[in-house]
Design a protein around this ligand. Structure first.
Ligand SMILES: Nc1ncnc2c1ncn2[C@@H]1O[C@H](COP(=O)(O)OP(=O)(O)OP(=O)(O)O)[C@@H](O)[C@H]1O
Ligand SMILES: [Mg+2]
Length: 236
């Protein structure tokens, strides 16, 4: 990858919470238009990594560059303005607001994504536009969370376990949406437990064990090496 320009470049990132270090020097790159999946067992630090990139958790040391710009330690809105959007674990849609209100508050003026374009990508949200966040199914909430992130008109979308709690047919639908988005040239970093979804969407795999990246390869290579997947993830 040397010489190729990275959209997201993370170098030796160290972060954690009061009294506990979670990330022990994580380095990872995502190129423009690339889809990467970050895998790892429960509690290894995947969410902490995504939230540190986004500026929601403070980095102790190391660097986060977006399109060459150092955003380490910046507020989330600065990272968002640099072109990164997050679809958080657990979705966090605003329950007392309607679908349309959830979307409208996320719109970045002058951005390439509009509420209508989100509805065209996910017509189910148009059908449910007047329903409250609290009235949506898990799949609809996930679509709404994706729609909200898109309305920031990002160049890179960070997704934290989008399949969590969804029925298999719904996971498949979410996967199709993400594949469509990746085809438009949006770069994607997807944390997943559902390997099928991860491998459908991503071209490259990174595996995290306790606070660092211990494996990187193409999805095709990773899929051929079941023993390695078993050793790293306990699956395969
Ligand atoms: N807000 C917090 N305060 C203190 N410790 C935290 C906090 N959030 C996470 N942790 C701890 O940090 C470690 C990494 O958690 P993190 O949520 O990043 O892991 P994860 O890989 O996303 O796990 P999962 O697969 O369950 O989502 C865990 O030991 C967790 O208990
Ligand atoms: Mg997590």
């Amino acid at each position: 990858m040397t010489g190729e320009k990275a959209l997201l470049q993370v170098e030796d990132l160290v972060a954690g919470y009061a009294g506990s270090r979670v990330l022990n020097g994580v380095s990872l790159r995502v190129r423009a238009g690339e889809a990467v999946t970050l895998l790892g067992r429960n509690g290894v630090g995947k969410t902490t990594f995504i939230e540190t990139v986004m500026g929601m958790v403070k980095a102790t040391s190391g660097h986060v560059y977006v399109d060459g710009r150092d955003v380490t330690g910046k507020q989330p809105h600065v990272v968002s303005n640099a072109g990164v959007a997050i679809v958080p674990q657990g979705r966090r849609v605003f329950a007392p607001l309607t679908v349309e209100e959830n979307l409208e508050i996320a719109v970045r003026k002058g951005g390439e994504w509009t509420v209508e374009r989100v509805y065209d990508l996910m017509p189910r949200l148009r059908e449910r536009r007047t329903n409250l966040g609290s009235q949506l199914s898990g799949g609809e909430q996930q679509m709404l969370a994706i729609g909200r992130a898109l309305l920031c008109s990002p160049r890179l979308m960070l997704l934290d376990e989008p399949s969590d709690g969804l029925a298999p047919t719904i996971v498949e639908q979410v996967g199709e949406i993400l594949i469509d988005l990746a085809r438009t040239g949006l770069a994607v970093l997807i944390v997943e437990q559902d390997l099928r979804l991860a491998f459908d969407v991503a071209d490259r795999v990174a595996v995290m064990t306790k606070g660092s990246i211990v494996h990187e390869s193409s999805v095709a290579e990773f899929r051929r090496d079941g023993a390695r997947a078993q050793a790293l993830l306990g699956v395969g």
